[in-house]
Ligand binder design. Structure first.
Ligand code: MN
Length: 302
């Protein structure tokens, strides 16, 4: 039994597979959780402060084929030192008015990096909610974007999410957690932006997810989640973790997952997650969804 396992079995402060949502004044959460997590979390952090986990990180971005917009509309960042990562997806609808929402997403993520470093230097730890607020208030260009920012604390992930980007956690190549999405309507996610119709960072959902060594975090934009089922990601993880025995490369996994999603996105007959969601909304859509695809993979280690 590993140290982490012993710790978990001796201590039932938090059950492993539980994700708790802490309701704070400035955060509005769509998922209501009545349990109070804060006190337990403090206890847990004190008890295990010497056993911090780390993430090995890798990313793969496949922008849509568009000569006029070679960078696409997604953006992402990794701050390894601060164990913090983020993705953003500029909302494509802006293109009709001549605005490149990719620029909004890129500035938002660039400002998030600055905020992460400031948090780290001034406070010694990173609060993704504050990072999102800082990034939002410094992003002044036109456009709007979804965003998900995630940081690894001692033995849990702390994340904020606006819209339909998000993350999944896999344990032993099985999905154990998936972040909820926020949307106003089918294919119309909550989105940060400076226009009157955009949402603000107060709309972010704040999430806490317990993790342990060996877990694999997959953060992505809807170009990933609309084209690939978790079971398909599990297949890749099962194969890679069997073959590599402990020396799994996060960049390779990110590339394999992004490649698979890309393939599905061009399949005109696939019953993709996007097609399933469309059907639920009473719409007809066959096949995958052609979109920018961003995948960030974090492999949790002792
Ligand atoms: Mn997208």
């Amino acid at each position: 039994m590993s140290t982490q396992d012993k710790v978990d079995s001796c201590n039932n402060i938090l059950s492993l597979d539980n994700e708790r949502i802490l309701k704070k004044g400035r955060f509005i959460s769509k998922q209501i959780c009545t349990e109070t997590f804060e006190q337990n979390l403090d206890d847990k952090v004190q008890v295990f402060s010497s056993q911090g986990l780390k993430m090995k990180l890798g990313t793969c971005y496949v922008p849509k084929d568009n000569e006029l917009k070679p960078l696409g509309e997604d953006a992402c960042f990794i701050c390894y030192e601060e164990q913090t990562l983020g993705v953003a997806d500029g909302v494509g609808g802006w293109a009709a008015t001549g605005v490149d929402a990719g620029e909004y997403a890129r500035q938002l993520m660039a400002n998030a990096i600055v905020a992460v470093h400031e948090e780290h230097m001034l406070k010694g730890s990173v609060d993704p909610g504050r990072v999102l607020h800082e990034a939002y208030f410094h992003t002044k260009v036109e456009g709007s974007s979804t965003a998900c920012i995630l940081t690894l604390k001692t033995d849990f992930l702390h994340a904020v999410n606006v819209g339909d980007s998000g993350f999944m956690v896999f344990r032993d190549a099985k999905l154990v957690y998936r972040s909820p999405i926020q949307q106003h309507d089918f294919n119309c996610p909550y989105q940060l932006g400076n226009s009157k119709t955009s949402d603000g960072p107060d709309m972010a959902m704040e999430l806490f997810v317990r993790v342990k060594a060996g877990d694999i975090v997959v953060l992505g934009t809807d170009g990933l989640f609309d084209n690939m089922y978790p079971t398909e990601m599990e297949e890749i993880l099962k194969r890679e973790t069997n073959e590599q025995e402990g020396s799994i490369c996060p960049k390779k996994i990110a590339s394999l997952i992004a490649g698979y999603a890309l393939y599905n996105s061009f399949d005109k007959f696939a019953f993709s997650p996007f097609a399933t969601a469309a059907k639920k909304a009473g719409l007809n859509h066959m096949g995958g969804k052609v979109d920018d695809i961003t995948v960030v993979v974090g492999i949790i280690q002792c």
